[in-house]
Write a protein that binds this ligand. Sequence first.
Ligand SMILES: CC(C)(COP(=O)(O)OP(=O)(O)OC[C@H]1O[C@@H](n2cnc3c(N)ncnc32)[C@H](O)[C@@H]1OP(=O)(O)O)[C@@H](O)C(=O)NCCC(=O)NCCS
Length: 303
Amino acid sequence: MLPVIVPVQADAMASVAHLTFPTFVGAFSKEAWADAPAVPLRVVAYRRGTPVGLALALHRKDYGQGELLSLAVDRAFRRQGIGVAILREVEGHLRAAHIAQISARFSDRLPESSAFGATVASAGWNGPVPERIRIMGRVGNTLEVFRDREKLLKRALRDGLMLVPWRNFPHDAKSHILRTIAEGRAPGWSSAGLFSDNFDPDFSMVLTTGADTIVGWVICHFHAGVRRWSFPVGWIAKEYQRRGWLLVAYAEGARRLGEQFGSDSIAVLESTMGLPMMWRVLEDRFAPYAQVADRILSVDKKL
Ligand SMILES: CC(C)(COP(=O)(O)OP(=O)(O)OC[C@H]1O[C@@H](n2cnc3c(N)ncnc32)[C@H](O)[C@@H]1OP(=O)(O)O)[C@@H](O)C(=O)NCCC(=O)NCCS
């Protein structure tokens, strides 16, 4: 018997909570998305009235983009075509809302990452392509692994680099970053997390070569629940990329964290494919010693 696959309202979330993560249950239980104009879409597969599959997605008309945040089918009902059927339903709704593309991101350490990749591939999606690398470990460990840190730091400081904690920077760095991106001098991803509630003004840093010359930035988030500092974005202007300044900034962030909160503090360093040298350093030098290292893969489909 074919399942019935339909979009549902926010109040149905309690009945499908077992098919997604608790944070999504909370966020999708509200009728409108907190960060409007993003629009939430919830699609449920029912077999004889029982929910057996769920997809959660968001779309923004102004960008013409949709994002699949969660897809799951009850274990007992897998490999019956339900996952792909739910995806088709999601795609149909987005197409009707004039959304031109849908994408999703997932960790290669997700227990079912290969099943998810195979499912979206069978629905005609592209990818997966590696988008970000994440390295998690003790800050003390970062410093032990990064043996030439002192030498690189000394050279960078001699060449004029200043690493100013966000809180101490005298100008409005956030506006500067948005302007730099709008003028096409930095990529769009380099502002990710800038306005997050978790933004940490002490360990986020502005990279400058003088009072008014911002050449890069490192965004740090503090996750109080797990007591972890993550560095989701670091960016530096092209002309400085080869000097290792961004790496120096990460190392200095780790050192400052260790100094203030102890060498057992946990940091998560990330880089994107947009900075291939940084990616290679994290992959080759840090990943082998990390507590956890994973890659965020992305998949997408033109609708
Ligand atoms: C990923 C998931 C939703 C797939 O649901 P599903 O209903 O089993 O998928 P389908 O039956 O529609 O699969 C369609 C095709 O995808 C591929 N596929 C799906 N699961 C696969 C697996 N475990 N291994 C290999 N191929 C797989 C196959 O080509 C399959 O066609 P086939 O069965 O005719 O060979 C399901 O495995 C799941 O819920 N996993 C746990 C949750 C999760 O990790 N979600 C992803 C991140 S949010």
